[in-house]
Design a protein around this ligand. Structure first.
Ligand SMILES: NC(=O)c1ccc[n+]([C@@H]2O[C@H](COP(=O)([O-])OP(=O)(O)OC[C@H]3O[C@@H](n4cnc5c(N)ncnc54)[C@H](OP(=O)(O)O)[C@@H]3O)[C@@H](O)[C@H]2O)c1
Length: 248
Protein backbone atom coordinates (compact mmCIF):
# COMPACT_ATOMS: atom_id res chain seq x y z
CA UNK A 1 0.00 0.00 0.00
CA UNK A 2 1.46 3.38 -1.02
CA UNK A 3 1.19 5.95 1.73
CA UNK A 4 0.87 9.18 -0.22
CA UNK A 5 1.16 12.43 1.72
CA UNK A 6 -0.99 15.50 1.18
CA UNK A 7 1.33 18.38 2.03
CA UNK A 8 -1.43 20.95 2.38
CA UNK A 9 -3.04 18.81 5.09
CA UNK A 10 0.25 18.31 6.96
CA UNK A 11 1.99 19.89 9.92
CA UNK A 12 5.71 19.10 10.04
CA UNK A 13 8.59 19.22 12.46
CA UNK A 14 11.94 19.71 10.76
CA UNK A 15 15.10 19.29 12.84
CA UNK A 16 18.03 21.53 11.90
CA UNK A 17 15.66 23.85 10.02
CA UNK A 18 17.82 26.94 10.39
CA UNK A 19 20.30 26.23 7.57
CA UNK A 20 21.32 23.90 4.76
CA UNK A 21 19.07 21.03 3.73
CA UNK A 22 16.68 21.48 6.66
CA UNK A 23 16.04 25.11 5.77
CA UNK A 24 15.48 24.22 2.11
CA UNK A 25 12.98 21.47 3.00
CA UNK A 26 11.21 23.82 5.42
CA UNK A 27 10.84 26.47 2.72
CA UNK A 28 9.71 23.95 0.11
CA UNK A 29 7.01 22.57 2.45
CA UNK A 30 5.80 26.11 3.15
CA UNK A 31 5.79 27.05 -0.53
CA UNK A 32 3.67 23.94 -1.29
CA UNK A 33 1.01 25.09 1.17
CA UNK A 34 1.72 23.06 4.31
CA UNK A 35 -0.39 24.25 7.25
CA UNK A 36 2.56 24.81 9.57
CA UNK A 37 6.21 23.88 10.11
CA UNK A 38 7.71 23.58 13.56
CA UNK A 39 11.23 24.68 12.70
CA UNK A 40 13.66 22.95 15.03
CA UNK A 41 16.91 24.71 15.89
CA UNK A 42 19.37 24.61 18.74
CA UNK A 43 19.27 28.43 18.80
CA UNK A 44 15.84 29.70 17.83
CA UNK A 45 17.24 33.17 17.09
CA UNK A 46 18.84 31.60 14.00
CA UNK A 47 15.29 31.27 12.62
CA UNK A 48 14.51 35.02 12.73
CA UNK A 49 14.72 35.58 8.95
CA UNK A 50 12.53 32.54 8.20
CA UNK A 51 10.00 33.62 10.80
CA UNK A 52 9.81 37.08 9.30
CA UNK A 53 9.31 35.62 5.82
CA UNK A 54 6.60 33.06 6.70
CA UNK A 55 4.88 34.56 9.78
CA UNK A 56 2.62 32.27 11.85
CA UNK A 57 3.09 29.24 9.57
CA UNK A 58 6.66 28.91 10.81
CA UNK A 59 6.85 28.13 14.51
CA UNK A 60 10.34 28.23 16.05
CA UNK A 61 11.04 25.15 18.13
CA UNK A 62 14.03 24.87 20.46
CA UNK A 63 15.50 21.48 19.62
CA UNK A 64 18.85 19.92 20.40
CA UNK A 65 18.57 16.26 19.37
CA UNK A 66 21.34 15.27 21.80
CA UNK A 67 19.40 16.65 24.77
CA UNK A 68 16.55 14.46 26.08
CA UNK A 69 14.83 17.36 27.88
CA UNK A 70 14.90 19.51 24.76
CA UNK A 71 13.48 16.63 22.69
CA UNK A 72 10.75 15.80 25.23
CA UNK A 73 9.70 19.46 25.41
CA UNK A 74 9.62 19.65 21.61
CA UNK A 75 7.40 16.56 21.40
CA UNK A 76 5.04 18.04 24.03
CA UNK A 77 4.42 21.23 22.08
CA UNK A 78 3.97 19.54 18.69
CA UNK A 79 1.03 17.22 19.42
CA UNK A 80 -0.78 18.48 16.31
CA UNK A 81 2.11 17.54 14.00
CA UNK A 82 1.70 14.83 11.36
CA UNK A 83 5.19 14.63 9.88
CA UNK A 84 8.71 14.44 11.24
CA UNK A 85 11.70 15.31 9.08
CA UNK A 86 14.82 14.00 10.85
CA UNK A 87 17.39 16.22 9.18
CA UNK A 88 19.76 17.51 11.89
CA UNK A 89 23.19 16.00 11.49
CA UNK A 90 26.88 16.49 11.92
CA UNK A 91 30.04 15.31 10.21
CA UNK A 92 33.10 14.62 12.34
CA UNK A 93 35.97 13.43 10.16
CA UNK A 94 38.34 10.66 11.15
CA UNK A 95 39.20 7.20 9.86
CA UNK A 96 41.56 4.45 10.96
CA UNK A 97 44.53 6.57 9.92
CA UNK A 98 43.68 9.28 12.46
CA UNK A 99 44.13 9.35 16.24
CA UNK A 100 40.60 10.57 16.82
CA UNK A 101 38.80 7.68 15.05
CA UNK A 102 36.84 6.60 18.14
CA UNK A 103 36.01 10.15 19.10
CA UNK A 104 34.79 10.81 15.56
CA UNK A 105 32.52 7.76 15.60
CA UNK A 106 31.16 8.85 18.96
CA UNK A 107 30.35 12.39 17.84
CA UNK A 108 28.67 11.21 14.65
CA UNK A 109 26.68 8.54 16.48
CA UNK A 110 25.53 10.94 19.20
CA UNK A 111 23.88 13.36 16.78
CA UNK A 112 23.15 11.32 13.65
CA UNK A 113 22.01 8.06 15.23
CA UNK A 114 20.99 8.62 18.85
CA UNK A 115 19.61 12.04 17.93
CA UNK A 116 17.32 10.53 15.29
CA UNK A 117 16.31 7.66 17.58
CA UNK A 118 15.60 10.03 20.49
CA UNK A 119 13.47 12.44 18.47
CA UNK A 120 11.60 9.72 16.60
CA UNK A 121 10.77 7.85 19.78
CA UNK A 122 9.50 11.00 21.50
CA UNK A 123 7.49 12.07 18.44
CA UNK A 124 5.80 8.80 17.43
CA UNK A 125 2.94 9.06 19.99
CA UNK A 126 1.99 12.39 18.34
CA UNK A 127 1.12 10.68 15.05
CA UNK A 128 -0.27 7.37 16.18
CA UNK A 129 -3.86 6.84 15.04
CA UNK A 130 -3.74 9.77 12.64
CA UNK A 131 -3.88 9.55 8.85
CA UNK A 132 -1.55 11.34 6.40
CA UNK A 133 1.50 10.83 8.60
CA UNK A 134 5.21 10.43 7.84
CA UNK A 135 8.64 10.08 9.38
CA UNK A 136 11.34 10.99 6.84
CA UNK A 137 14.97 10.64 7.88
CA UNK A 138 18.08 11.91 6.15
CA UNK A 139 20.76 9.26 5.78
CA UNK A 140 23.21 9.69 2.86
CA UNK A 141 24.57 7.83 -0.14
CA UNK A 142 27.57 7.14 2.10
CA UNK A 143 25.22 5.17 4.36
CA UNK A 144 25.04 2.66 1.50
CA UNK A 145 28.75 2.55 0.64
CA UNK A 146 31.56 3.98 2.75
CA UNK A 147 33.86 6.83 1.75
CA UNK A 148 37.23 6.28 3.46
CA UNK A 149 37.93 9.97 4.08
CA UNK A 150 34.85 10.20 6.33
CA UNK A 151 34.66 6.73 7.80
CA UNK A 152 33.19 7.68 11.19
CA UNK A 153 30.42 9.66 9.50
CA UNK A 154 29.65 6.80 7.07
CA UNK A 155 29.33 4.36 9.96
CA UNK A 156 26.68 6.60 11.52
CA UNK A 157 24.77 7.03 8.25
CA UNK A 158 24.78 3.26 7.64
CA UNK A 159 23.27 2.90 11.12
CA UNK A 160 20.63 5.50 10.20
CA UNK A 161 19.80 3.47 7.07
CA UNK A 162 19.31 0.39 9.22
CA UNK A 163 17.19 2.36 11.70
CA UNK A 164 14.93 3.58 8.87
CA UNK A 165 14.38 0.00 7.73
CA UNK A 166 13.71 -1.16 11.28
CA UNK A 167 11.20 1.62 11.91
CA UNK A 168 9.46 0.88 8.61
CA UNK A 169 9.15 -2.76 9.61
CA UNK A 170 7.70 -1.85 12.99
CA UNK A 171 5.18 0.55 11.45
CA UNK A 172 4.26 -1.49 8.37
CA UNK A 173 0.68 -2.04 9.52
CA UNK A 174 0.20 1.64 10.36
CA UNK A 175 -0.65 4.71 8.27
CA UNK A 176 2.83 6.15 8.76
CA UNK A 177 5.03 6.56 5.69
CA UNK A 178 8.60 5.80 6.80
CA UNK A 179 10.93 7.34 4.23
CA UNK A 180 14.72 7.32 3.95
CA UNK A 181 16.45 10.21 2.18
CA UNK A 182 19.85 9.41 0.65
CA UNK A 183 21.47 12.61 -0.67
CA UNK A 184 24.74 12.84 -2.54
CA UNK A 185 26.99 15.89 -2.01
CA UNK A 186 24.91 19.03 -1.47
CA UNK A 187 26.05 22.64 -1.33
CA UNK A 188 25.73 23.39 2.39
CA UNK A 189 28.10 24.28 5.23
CA UNK A 190 28.69 20.55 5.76
CA UNK A 191 30.11 20.18 2.26
CA UNK A 192 32.59 23.04 2.60
CA UNK A 193 35.97 21.57 1.81
CA UNK A 194 34.67 18.78 -0.46
CA UNK A 195 37.11 19.25 -3.31
CA UNK A 196 36.66 18.15 -6.91
CA UNK A 197 33.09 17.00 -6.29
CA UNK A 198 30.10 18.63 -7.94
CA UNK A 199 27.56 19.81 -5.39
CA UNK A 200 23.82 19.95 -6.01
CA UNK A 201 21.73 22.78 -4.56
CA UNK A 202 19.69 22.16 -1.41
CA UNK A 203 16.66 23.87 -2.98
CA UNK A 204 16.60 21.36 -5.87
CA UNK A 205 16.97 18.47 -3.41
CA UNK A 206 14.10 19.86 -1.32
CA UNK A 207 11.73 19.95 -4.31
CA UNK A 208 12.52 16.31 -5.10
CA UNK A 209 12.14 15.24 -1.46
CA UNK A 210 8.73 16.87 -1.08
CA UNK A 211 7.50 15.46 -4.40
CA UNK A 212 8.66 11.99 -3.35
CA UNK A 213 6.77 12.29 -0.04
CA UNK A 214 3.64 13.31 -1.93
CA UNK A 215 4.03 10.14 -3.99
CA UNK A 216 4.55 7.99 -0.90
CA UNK A 217 8.09 6.92 -1.87
CA UNK A 218 10.03 5.05 0.80
CA UNK A 219 13.56 5.40 -0.62
CA UNK A 220 14.33 8.90 -1.80
CA UNK A 221 17.40 9.63 -3.96
CA UNK A 222 16.94 13.38 -4.43
CA UNK A 223 19.87 14.66 -6.51
CA UNK A 224 22.00 13.86 -9.53
CA UNK A 225 24.68 11.82 -7.78
CA UNK A 226 22.26 9.95 -5.58
CA UNK A 227 20.25 8.93 -8.66
CA UNK A 228 23.45 7.31 -10.02
CA UNK A 229 24.06 5.58 -6.71
CA UNK A 230 20.49 4.30 -6.69
CA UNK A 231 21.10 2.71 -10.05
CA UNK A 232 24.38 1.06 -8.98
CA UNK A 233 23.10 0.03 -5.55
CA UNK A 234 20.03 -1.57 -7.13
CA UNK A 235 22.11 -3.83 -9.33
CA UNK A 236 25.61 -4.29 -7.86
CA UNK A 237 26.10 -2.77 -4.38
CA UNK A 238 29.82 -3.60 -4.59
CA UNK A 239 30.07 -0.94 -7.32
CA UNK A 240 29.04 1.73 -4.81
CA UNK A 241 31.82 0.68 -2.45
CA UNK A 242 34.32 0.81 -5.33
CA UNK A 243 33.00 4.18 -6.55
CA UNK A 244 33.39 5.80 -3.12
CA UNK A 245 36.68 4.18 -2.14
CA UNK A 246 38.25 5.94 -5.14
CA UNK A 247 37.59 9.31 -3.40
CA UNK A 248 40.26 9.94 -0.80
N1 LIG B 1 25.54 18.37 2.61
C1 LIG B 1 25.72 17.13 2.16
O1 LIG B 1 26.53 16.89 1.24
C2 LIG B 1 24.92 15.99 2.73
C3 LIG B 1 24.87 14.78 2.01
C4 LIG B 1 24.15 13.70 2.52
C5 LIG B 1 23.48 13.84 3.71
N2 LIG B 1 23.54 15.02 4.40
C6 LIG B 1 22.80 15.09 5.67
O2 LIG B 1 21.82 16.11 5.54
C7 LIG B 1 21.49 16.62 6.84
C8 LIG B 1 21.61 18.13 6.82
O3 LIG B 1 22.96 18.47 6.55
P1 LIG B 1 23.39 19.85 5.88
O4 LIG B 1 24.21 19.51 4.70
O5 LIG B 1 22.24 20.77 5.76
O6 LIG B 1 24.42 20.35 7.00
P2 LIG B 1 24.60 21.74 7.74
O7 LIG B 1 24.43 22.86 6.79
O8 LIG B 1 25.88 21.59 8.47
O9 LIG B 1 23.37 21.79 8.77
C9 LIG B 1 23.30 20.89 9.83
C10 LIG B 1 22.06 21.21 10.62
O10 LIG B 1 21.94 20.27 11.69
C11 LIG B 1 21.80 20.99 12.91
N3 LIG B 1 22.32 20.28 14.05
C12 LIG B 1 23.58 19.81 14.24
N4 LIG B 1 23.67 19.22 15.46
C13 LIG B 1 22.44 19.33 16.03
C14 LIG B 1 21.90 18.94 17.27
N5 LIG B 1 22.63 18.34 18.21
N6 LIG B 1 20.58 19.20 17.52
C15 LIG B 1 19.83 19.83 16.59
N7 LIG B 1 20.30 20.27 15.41
C16 LIG B 1 21.59 20.01 15.14
C17 LIG B 1 22.57 22.29 12.66
O11 LIG B 1 22.20 23.25 13.64
P3 LIG B 1 23.21 24.45 14.11
O12 LIG B 1 23.03 25.55 13.13
O13 LIG B 1 22.76 24.77 15.48
O14 LIG B 1 24.61 23.87 14.09
C18 LIG B 1 22.10 22.61 11.25
O15 LIG B 1 20.82 23.17 11.27
C19 LIG B 1 22.46 15.93 7.81
O16 LIG B 1 21.82 14.83 8.41
C20 LIG B 1 23.58 15.47 6.88
O17 LIG B 1 24.30 14.40 7.45
C21 LIG B 1 24.24 16.09 3.93
Amino acid sequence: MKKEISIKDSIAIVSGANRGIGKAITEELLSRGIKKVYAGARKTESLAALQEKYGDRLVPLQLDVTNQTSVDNAAKVTVDATMLINNAGTMAHGGFNSENMLESINQNMEVNVLGVARLTQAFLPNIQNKSNTAVATVSSVVGLGSMPMMNGYCISKAAVHSMIQGLRGELQESNVLVAGIYPGPIDTDMAKGFEGIELDKPEALAKNVVTALERGEEDIFPDVMSAQVKQAYGTTPKEVEKMFSAWK
